[in-house]
Design a protein around this ligand. Structure first.
Ligand code: UD1
Ligand code: MG
Length: 413
């Protein structure tokens, strides 16, 4: 019986992340810039991890301290390899596999700056590679404007070469099938190819793409796996592309939540980061940003004009024109308009905190009412009704009964 090919693990995924990213014009490494709340590199690592490879290597170079620190935070289990000098993609992969010994099986190569690429796509690429018994399979795409990409030169189903923009003849440059830069290699074919690279090209670099030329010379089968979703092959090189990528990723995230039963009145002005969780029958009104690990329970209405970061919102709560961070809002509570929930704020079920108020590191008890222009820095007991302009500080519990102005003076007579 033949083994189900998808049961075998790939030997390694090598994520190339050593490049400079100079066009970002940033003191932060390009790979640490965020798309929908997560670094670009974290997407690349998750996609790679979903293949469950025996080795996962990230090749670092530029801004390496930042990148290594970030990797230690988000994925301490990955292996890193250093490419001291950026001599090209072939050299980068060489650095990535250098310490892995003589691998057998498959080596997948991806980039750290292609955040939309999914694990599913990588799995599809590996499956296609195995189904064709190929030596190398290139993830390719048909694009309207191939400028800047390597062009796929085919002979029928086989890929015979990849030609870089700068090395292409006008006929080659007219080809619209491009190299995504993502591949599966048979490990031995890769090793042999890397050992036979040269820098005889317009950029004087060791091109990974030349491994394909070497393999063809030796009669190996190089195939292509064409992907329709062009976004999955797009890298980010500058802030304009970063904004485009954010908008598209956000569009997909918002659409996912709408399909899961969330009403979003204005998808274009609604920003939901990857780490958020929304229940069915939540309603999101325009200009709302949900960030971090924010979670919204069923029936809650958020917005308009609201930003929540790491806020937990209970069933049926209403949050209007509010800025909240590290806070908890109970079921059926009302917060805002014009409320600030600072870290540690907790507004319990059925409470109301409306009209130019701030709550910081304090609990507003169930059913309590915070009137406009109040600052709540100490706990408020269940059912209390504070008068407008209440300022509670010093972290003590203050119980204020509902009073009409002037009532206290009468009582004292
Ligand atoms: C590369 C491909 C091209 C493909 C394109 C897709 C080669 C020779 N060309 O071109 O066919 O269409 O990607 O985007 O491979 N990197 C390193 N170390 C290096 C050089 C690059 O880690 O020495 C990393 C970069 O950080 C980046 C990736 O490899 O993530 C691609 O490098 P880049 O210089 O952008 O390659 P391209 O010229 O765009
Ligand atoms: Mg590039």
């Amino acid at each position: 019986m033949t083994q189900n090919p998808t049961d075998t693990r790939v030997a390694a995924v090598v994520v190339l992340a050593a490049g400079g990213g100079t066009r970002m014009k940033s003191s932060t490494s390009k790979l640490l810039h965020k798309v929908c709340g997560q670094s670009m590199l974290s997407y690349a690592v998750s996609a790679a991890e979903s293949l469950d490879p025996e080795h996962l290597v990230v090749v670092v170079g530029h801004a390496r301290e930042q990148v290594l620190q970030h990797l230690a935070d988000i994925a301490p289990e990955v292996t890193t390899a250093v490419q001291e000098e950026q001599k090209g993609t072939g050299h980068a992969v060489e650095c990535g596999v250098r310490d892995l010994g003589d691998l057998t099986g498959e080596v997948v190569v991806t980039y750290g700056d292609v955040p939309m690429l999914t694990g599913e796509t990588l799995r599809g690429l590996v499956d296609a590679h195995r189904a064709a018994s190929a030596a190398i399979t290139v993830l390719t795409a048909q694009v309207p404007n191939p400028t800047g990409y390597g062009r796929i030169i085919r002979e029928g189903d086989r890929v015979s070469r990849i030609v870089e923009q700068k090395d292409a003849t006008p006929e080659e440059a007219a080809v619209t099938e491009i190299n995504s830069g993502i591949y599966v290699f048979d490990a031995e074919v890769l090793r042999h190819g890397l050992a036979n690279l040269d820098t005889d090209n317009a950029q004087g670099e060791l091109y990974l793409t030349d491994v394909i030329t070497v393999a063809n010379r030796e009669g190996k089968l190089v195939g292509a796996h064409v992907i329709e979703d062009l976004w999955q092959t797009e890298g980010v090189n500058d802030r304009v592309q970063l904004a485009r990528m954010n908008a598209e990723m956000n569009r997909r995230v918002v659409e996912k939540w709408m399909r899961a039963g969330v009403t979003v009145q204005d998808p274009a002005s609604t920003w939901i980061e990857q780490g958020c969780d929304l229940a069915r029958d939540v309603t999101i009104l325009p200009n709302t940003q949900l960030q971090g690990a924010t979670s919204i329970a069923t029936g809650a209405t958020i917005g308009p004009d609201t930003t929540l970061r790491d806020v937990e919102v209970g069933e049926g709560a209403t949050i209007i024109r509010t800025h909240g961070e590290l806070a908890v809002v109970g079921a059926s509570a009302t917060v805002g308009p014009w409320a600030q929930l600072r870290p540690g704020a907790q507004v319990n079920s059925g409470a109301q905190a409306t009209g130019f108020i701030a709550v910081r590191n304090a609990t507003v008890g169930s059913g309590a009412t915070i009137a406009p222009l109040s600052y709540i820095g100490a706990d408020v007991e269940d059912g209390s009704a504070l008068q407008p302009g209440a300022i509670l500080i010093d972290n003590q519990t203050i119980h204020v009964n509902a009073q009409q102005p002037g009532q206290e003076a009468e009582d004292n007579q």
